[in-house]
Design a protein. Structure first.
Length: 131
């Protein structure tokens, strides 16, 4: 079995960052943020971790057969845009900075994450038809 080392490296990096940010949210930010902001921050961490795990699994799949390049690019972009914008929007009150301009970025990241799953879905159907 061939492992796509680049995809696995991205997965490991995103998973490690998700654990760090999860701990930060649970401990350091708990008293600093409103309940809504903290919940949003946790949503960013959850989506990042789930997609980091999905990237790790993707690293084990045949790259051409399952559209790994497209899925990987969409998920990496989605994690950065979706989770990254949520993190910044959530912590904005701490720094008294207005990150509202990032609001439209969050849905673009979500679309990238969803698109990665859709590409994987269709590539999987095509792969299953070619024994």
């Amino acid at each position: 079995m061939t492992i796509n080392r680049s995809t696995l490296a991205w997965a490991a990096a995103f998973a490690a960052i998700a654990v760090i940010l999860g701990a930060l949210g649970a401990h350091a930010l708990k008293g600093q943020l409103s309940a809504d902001s903290l919940e949003s921050f946790k949503t960013g961490v959850r989506y990042q971790m789930w997609h980091a795990l999905a990237l790790a699994i993707l690293a084990l799949l045949p790259s051409k057969e399952f559209g790994q390049k497209w899925v990987k690019t969409l998920w990496i972009s989605g994690i950065i845009l979706f989770s990254g914008s949520i993190y910044l929007l959530s912590i904005a009150p701490i720094f008294d900075f207005n990150f509202r301009f990032l609001g439209p970025i969050t849905p673009l990241g979500g679309i990238a994450l969803i698109s990665g799953w859709i590409v994987l879905f269709f590539k999987s159907l095509r792969a299953s038809n070619n024994p």
